[in-house]
Design a binder for this molecule. Structure first.
Ligand code: SAH
Length: 244
């Protein structure tokens, strides 16, 4: 089955962009997913085909009109396919949400520009606002590319047999362990000895401990969020978090 991505944007020429290359590009050409970029301006009705207007209450910039956006969403909406709006005011994108979307039939993504979208759109249509992180982009297109990239690599067959993605960062509420490769010595630094031991149990234990340590150090918020992660990860990597 083809996972169907639709992107509503003022810049359809930005797609597939980076997603036309490497893993996602191959999967696109192989038909594992499809991508339709829709020009929002095609749903404007006035003679100037305007999609935005000045903010109610004053202030800088322009706001995307609810009526135009709703007309575009209504025209492309497919039953069962979630509609997501890219906005810094949305729920943070997580690997859990990515998995949920990748397991479904596809996603329709609405990209903002200017100061954002008229809030009434979110009251009037079942649209899920999603943010890719706590920084402000100039437009929703790069956010949509991020979200689609994350989904597409999880589609069946896309990453090949090796990478089920199960052990990666965030899957168990932890960052992944660090990686090393040849040369063994570089600028006087060597690869941790345990990784050359050939002792798979020791290596697994070291990686588990490293993942827990690094997460605690760099992303205490993840530990907190999964904090008791009662639905404990497959690796049992939680061992080190107990008592926190
Ligand atoms: N004035 C808004 C920012 C608008 S940025 C505010 O302060 O909340 C313009 C567009 O870029 C947004 O409508 C949105 O589609 C996109 N965008 C910016 N940052 C984003 C983020 N962190 N996640 C998802 N989309 C983002």
């Amino acid at each position: 089955m083809t996972w169907a991505a639709q992107v509503l944007t003022l810049y359809p020429e930005m797609f597939p962009g980076p997603l036309g290359h490497s893993i996602a590009g191959r999967a696109l050409r192989a038909g594992a997913w499809s991508l339709q970029a829709v020009q929002i301006r095609d749903y404007a009705t006035d003679t100037h085909r305007s999609v935005d207007d000045t903010p109610a209450g004053g202030g800088a910039g322009m706001v995307m009109r609810a009526d135009v956006l709703a007309r575009a969403v209504d025209a492309v909406m497919t039953p069962g396919v979630p509609v997501l709006a890219m906005t810094p005011r949305g729920e943070p994108l997580t690997q859990a949400l990515v998995r949920e979307l990748a397991a479904g039939p596809g996603a329709t993504l609405l990209c903002g520009r200017f100061e954002g979208m008229d809030e009434r759109l979110f009251e009037a249509r079942p649209i899920r606002p999603v943010s890719i992180g706590d920084s402000v982009l100039s437009g929703g297109e790069t956010a949509a590319l991020v979200l689609l990239d994350a989904c597409v690599r999880l589609l069946p067959g896309v990453m090949g047999a090796a990478a089920s993605g199960d052990e990666e960062s965030f899957e168990a509420g932890l960052l992944e362990y660090p990686h090393y490769t040849r040369p063994y010595e570089w600028e006087g630094r060597t690869i941790p000895e345990v990784l050359r031991s050939g002792d798979h149990a020791r290596i697994a234990a070291w990686r588990k401990a490293k993942a827990a340590d690094d997460t605690r150090l760099r992303r205490p918020d993840l530990i907190e969020r999964h904090g008791g992660a009662r639905g404990s990860p497959p690796s049992g990597a939680r061992r080190d978090n107990e008592g926190e």
